[in-house]
Design a protein around this ligand. Structure first.
Ligand code: PRP
Ligand code: HPA
Length: 176
């Protein structure tokens, strides 16, 4: 985690029993409403990646876009959306993964970046890790070099970040 980790964590709200009984939903909207906190958040990612020669930030639909776009802007690299099925208009590759109940599919444009480009994948939160691993698979299949998978918040008790590390990727979260 970053030096601002405890502060960032303090501005994430927990909403009990949403979207269903027994789930504690981690809500980042108070963090986004707080301009000082949002700046510290983006600065944490910029600081971590500015010397690593990143070619593209691949951000995950939808909340990953909120952090991915300002990060790409600050790093002066490209922004690549990894989107839910049916949203990207050009030629796509897709990856289907299992959720707690059912499945989901994410897609990437076939011309999103060049082979061997250095990519950081970013999202708001790692729960089971399924979404991040599906995105990583898309990037790897397209010939990208994955520098790291990054999130604002990790929920380690759900095992996602451990699973991602077992798959051989580096993971960075601002807080957990
Ligand atoms: C949430 C979250 C991550 C994913 C984490 O997205 O933003 O993308 O779930 O869960 P996992 O680690 O178990 O895969 P959601 O599908 O709710 O989409 P949204 O950003 O469009 O709200
Ligand atoms: N908050 C936000 N998104 C999520 C969560 C959560 O607690 N769990 C899975 N996706």
């Amino acid at each position: 985690s970053s030096i601002y980790g405890d502060y960032i964590k303090s501005v994430i709200r927990t909403v009990p029993d949403w979207p269903q009984p027994g789930v504690n939903f981690r809500d980042i909207t108070p963090l986004l409403q707080n301009s000082a906190a949002f700046r510290k958040l983006i600065d944490s990612f910029v600081h971590r990646y500015q010397e690593l020669e990143v070619d593209a930030i691949a951000a995950i639909d939808a909340r990953g876009f909120i952090v991915g776009a300002p990060l790409a802007y600050e790093l002066g690299c490209s922004f690549v959306p990894v989107r839910k099925k049916g949203k990207l208009p050009f030629k796509t590759i897709s990856e289907t993964y299992t959720l707690e109940y059912g499945e989901s599919t994410v897609e990437l444009h076939s011309d999103a970046f060049r082979e061997h480009d250095r990519i950081v994948i970013i999202d708001d939160l790692i729960a089971t890790g399924g979404t991040m691993l599906a995105a990583a698979s898309l990037i790897a299949r397209s010939g990208g070099h994955i520098v790291e998978l990054a999130s604002i918040l990790d929920l380690p008790e759900l095992g996602g970040s451990a699973k991602i590390r077992e798959a051989g990727y580096s993971v960075f979260s601002v807080c957990s």
